[in-house]
Design a protein around this ligand. Structure first.
Ligand code: UTP
Length: 289
């Protein structure tokens, strides 16, 4: 079945990037001149997704405003004859059919996904974490949707990570299928050293069948007192098996200070308007280090 719906969970507190995220949603922190969440919506749209639900929470109104029309700004740009900027602003509000729902308490990613149950209905759906930007030629969400359509099983985007990282993320049991595809039969969230199954972790994207909702509803609260999506996917992997796609693309963790800076430097080096000037600046700056 074709994957046409996506959920972007963006209700987290963003404690790792405080104080910036105190009054600005971390999903609105910018990479050069656009907020992180715009890249994520663009990735979903270019993967063939037609309907998006963003999970928000108190203090995240800026996300909704960003994808809405802005009549005052539009008329000022039109009056000034700045058609290029006008069209860019219009494009953002016409980007996709976006719906919003609020997660009332930040009870974990699994709980955030449950908020989208009626939006999803009986279809498979993609999940794009609101703070994970992945740069790639073929959108990573599409790489996962293709695997879902081929195997008709839930799919997770995976990458090998370091031992320090795996303890903060997740670990899974993987069996090689072909190319960059693996069968996954077990996984664990935030493993202790003796629980590490492989150095593969889930990073930022998955495609799930609607059956995940009844599993989530029966999953107890896990690590950190939160309802963990990984715990529900573990059950799915143990029952039916899941597919892991060692995706082609570079991930930037916009939920961390270092990730934000890395994304800004690398995207700036490719940004049409500033790339030459920025490269010169960076070379000079590095020379002085
Ligand atoms: P994270 O664990 O990275 O987000 O969740 P966080 O809780 O904001 O992070 P820190 O540790 O406090 O800095 C991954 C994604 O899931 C969303 C987050 O917004 C992020 O996009 N999320 C997390 C929710 O929507 N609801 C939650 O209850 C938790």
């Amino acid at each position: 079945m074709k994957v046409q719906k996506a959920i972007i969970p963006a209700a987290g507190l963003g404690t790792r990037v405080l104080p910036a995220s105190k009054s600005i949603p971390k999903e609105m922190l910018h990479i050069v001149d656009r907020p992180a969440i715009q890249y994520i919506v663009e990735e979903a749209v270019s993967s063939g997704i037609t309907e998006i639900m963003i999970i928000t929470s108190r203090g995240k109104k800026a996300v909704e405003d960003y994808f809405d029309r802005s009549p005052e700004l539009e008329s000022v740009l039109l009056k000034k004859g700045d058609l290029e900027k006008y069209e860019e602003i219009m494009k953002i509000s016409n980007m996709a059919n976006i719906l919003y729902v609020r997660q009332k308490e930040t009870r974990g990613l699994g709980d955030a996904i449950l908020c989208a149950k009626s939006f999803v209905g009986s279809e498979p759906f993609a999940v794009l974490y609101g703070d994970d930007i992945i740069k790639s030629k073929c959108p990573v969400c599409k790489q996962l949707c293709d695997a879902y359509e081929e195997f008709n099983l839930g799919v997770v985007g995976i990458k090998k990570v370091t031992k320090e990282q795996i303890k903060k993320y997740s670990s899974m049991n993987v069996d090689f299928i072909r190319d960059n595809l693996f069968k996954i039969t077990d996984m664990i969230e935030k493993p202790r050293e003796d629980q590490i199954m492989s150095m593969y972790s889930i990073l930022g994207r998955c495609v799930l069948p609607p059956e995940i909702f009844s599993i989530l509803e029966n999953t107890p609260v896990g690590v950190g007192g939160e309802l963990q999506l990984t715990d529900a996917m573990k059950k799915l992997a143990q029952i039916d098996g899941m597919i892991g796609v060692d995706f082609v693309g570079k991930r930037y963790d916009m939920g961390s200070k270092l990730g934000i800076i890395q994304a800004n430097v690398e995207f700036a080096l490719e940004h049409e308007e500033i790339k030459d000037e920025f490269r010169l600046y960076l070379k000079g700056f590095l020379g002085d280090l």
